[in-house]
Design a protein around this ligand. Structure first.
Ligand code: EPU
Length: 363
């Protein structure tokens, strides 16, 4: 285990917040991580004289604990007083093939897009729409990443974790993961209990293109290379590059807010507003969410409130996709991002009566 004290976290969060943590611990194998929770038979480390007898190595690290992946969906609101863990368990391997289904396993610290490259190059369907999403495989399964009509939950077979309650490894089937829109039990009820070691995904050799989102089909067809996992991947990357800022150039954490799901009567208020502003033929973008609920793109609501491309000190709203808040100068402080977040929430609330909730996790 590599342990560093007073570590600068600027390079560990794609927003580029200049914060630090008391302790940073990186591990390479599940065994290395689980050994943190073993009581050595002789009472070490530290020996009895230092009062550490019977303690697990984890007891000796500063609290609280936080586990991060690529730091691509986080907003550090200040220095972190405890220990930040990061997995370097990196591998992708094929587990089995039968009836057109291929199971692959990826270590939690594997770059998510490396998984997408592996599948595209091997002609496997299932992750191509999720190409180019920053972050790592473990965190992808925790937050149920999604894009262009696909979510990782649809192809997760099982998640292999360390359980901090039973102090043992546990394999959790997808149906037990409590998946929802950008969430899972790992982020909610069981937060802090499980640490993902690897993810098993179910890919398909049989073509299963999902091209109905936006202009994806047009983009794939325009490229003229047929419909393959690789051609869909390239089309998705092209659309992402045109709309979303590259975190290595402009600090950001992807969509900052969730798309709100509201009762039909709330949508009617939004629709009346839009028709009075743009005329009766205007169509507010929305998706039927079932049971009398409607999902409205937060990007549209934010744009209507005049935020697109606006700056607040060193923070700003991305001009091509207002759902993304950016660290414009690279020197934005957490407070500047939080102020901008509050202002946007207030104006959407005042204009439409809809409360936006952040998608990015605040630490
Ligand atoms: N829109 C506007 N103005 C804009 C941009 C978009 O009004 O400037 C409206 C348009 O009506 C557009 C709609 O918003 O049709 C949806 O836009 P987009 O397709 O870009 O998707 P999104 O709903 O804003 C979601 C995910 C993204 C994901 C895209 C594509 C969430 C919170 N975000 O954004 O995920 O890439 O769909 O599938 O669900 C992320 O989670 O970090 C992320 C980037």
């Amino acid at each position: 285990m590599k342990i560093e004290y007073n570590k600068d976290l600027t390079g560990c969060n794609t927003f580029g917040m200049r914060v630090s943590c008391s302790c940073f611990a990186e591990y390479d194998t599940p065994e290395e991580y689980s050994s943190l929770y073993c009581v050595p038979p002789d009472g070490s480390p530290g020996g009895t004289s230092s009062g550490t007898a019977g303690k697990m190595p984890a007891d000796l690290l500063p609290k609280p604990f936080l586990h991060i992946g690529g730091g691509s969906n986080l907003l550090f609101t200040g220095d972190f007083p405890g220990t930040v863990f990061h997995s370097r368990i990196r591998f992708i391997r094929e587990l089995s093939r039968s009836g057109g289904n291929v199971l692959i396993e990826a270590g939690a610290g594997t770059l998510w897009d490396d998984v997408c490259v592996f599948c595209a190059e091997n002609g496997l369907w299932g992750v191509e729409n999720l190409s180019g999403i920053p972050g790592e495989a473990g965190a992808a399964a925790v937050q149920n990443i999604g894009a262009y009509g696909a979510e990782i939950k649809d192809i997760v077979e099982e998640v292999k974790c360390f359980d901090a309650v039973t102090l043992s490894m546990k394999t959790i089937k997808a149906e037990e993961c409590g998946y929802g829109y950008r969430t899972s039990m790992f982020k909610e009820g069981a937060k802090g209990r499980y640490t993902v070691m690897s993810v098993v995904l179910r890919l398909s050799e049989t073509p299963k293109p999902r091209l109905e989102y936006g202009h994806l089909r047009e983009a794939v067809e325009a490229a003229g290379a047929g419909i393959t996992p690789l051609s869909v991947r390239h089309a998705v990357l092209g659309i992402r590059n045109a709309k979303l800022p590259d975190p290595s150039k402009i600090g950001n954490a992807g969509s900052f807010f969730k798309n709100p799901v509201v009762p039909k009567f709330s949508f009617d208020i939004v629709e009346n507003y839009a028709k009075s502003r743009y005329g009766d033929d205007y169509e507010v973008p929305h998706f039927d969410a079932g049971s009398g609920f409607v999902k409205i793109p937060a990007a549209w609501l934010i744009e209507q409130c005049g935020w697109k491309g606006k700056r607040h000190g060193n923070a700003g709203v991305y001009e091509k996709q207002p759902l993304v808040l950016i660290n414009v100068t690279g020197t934005a402080t957490p407070q500047e991002i939080l102020d901008l977040e509050r202002k946007i929430i207030n104006s959407v609330e005042t204009t439409f009566g809809i409360g936006l909730t952040p998608e990015v996790e605040h630490i």
